[in-house]
Design a protein. Sequence first.
Length: 336
Amino acid sequence: MIVKGQAPPGLYPTINSQPSTLNPLHLLLCGHGYLGQAISREFLAAGWDVTALSRNAVVPAASDSGCGIPGLHSPGDGGLPQASPNLHELTCDLTSASEVSSLQVRPDFIVHCASSGRGGSDAYRAVYLDGCRHLLDRFPGVALLYTSSTSVYAQTDGSVVTEESPALPDRETGSILREAEDLVLSNGGIITRLSGIYGPGRSVILKKFLSGEAVIEEDGRRFLNQIHRDDAAAAIFHLARLQSTIGNHQSSIVNLPLFNLSDSHPLSQLACYEKLSRHFHHPLPPTGPRDPDRKRGWTHKQVSNAKLRATGWEPRFPSFLDAVESIVPTLELPPP
């Protein structure tokens, strides 16, 4: 019997070889946006071949923003020193069973990190649940890592949440994420639950603070759980490497391959803005009511990354504040 949220024993596919110039491993990367581009850099740097799928037409290399890999357009993040012949970009709609079934690739590992495009429940179901199902049908026996969200934890009491904490989302979109998680787990895959992603060119918190648009909600007690994009990408590559020995790994990885991807020091909203205020010599934002339309829902929790760190991964940016100086120059801010 398969227990919900737990993969059946012995089902885990394994990667049977290490990358080499003669026989590189092959990643099928489903989603080549902000996070996906960072993931492809991690795998390419380690010698993997990468086939990256995007729903829209691939932008030609001539339009690059200097990151060094055709189709990778993340300003300010450095990228690789030169274009990689091991990156192959294809247009494919994960929501279409026929398009996925027609893919002519032989991956050793699959990462689903496609975006819903800010859509609602229908988009979530099509991209996440149907998309995972189409990939599992097309590539049976190939390990699939699905990037879910810590928004599935609906706790509002400020408690520390681990992978064993109840994940009972109070929104339909969160419930769809959980359905996709259970589908992937029941087929021997890996789930990563990501906190809010920030990084080069992207930080809602920092941008609102510096532009004067930030508001401290109520008393500011709500915890901000975040993960730097590059730390998330490194963690996903780390889990792919672990997959090569997962069949013999005698730990909770085998029993429940589910990991929170979050930094090591969640900050309350008030503490975060107080530290930013001191650092930049800016006034503290005003207080106001909570935002009822927050995409990830209004929660108050501290997401733990202890399980992932126990496997040997460590974030380069343990706290949001560790990355602030490197992010500010990459943000597009209105003139003062």
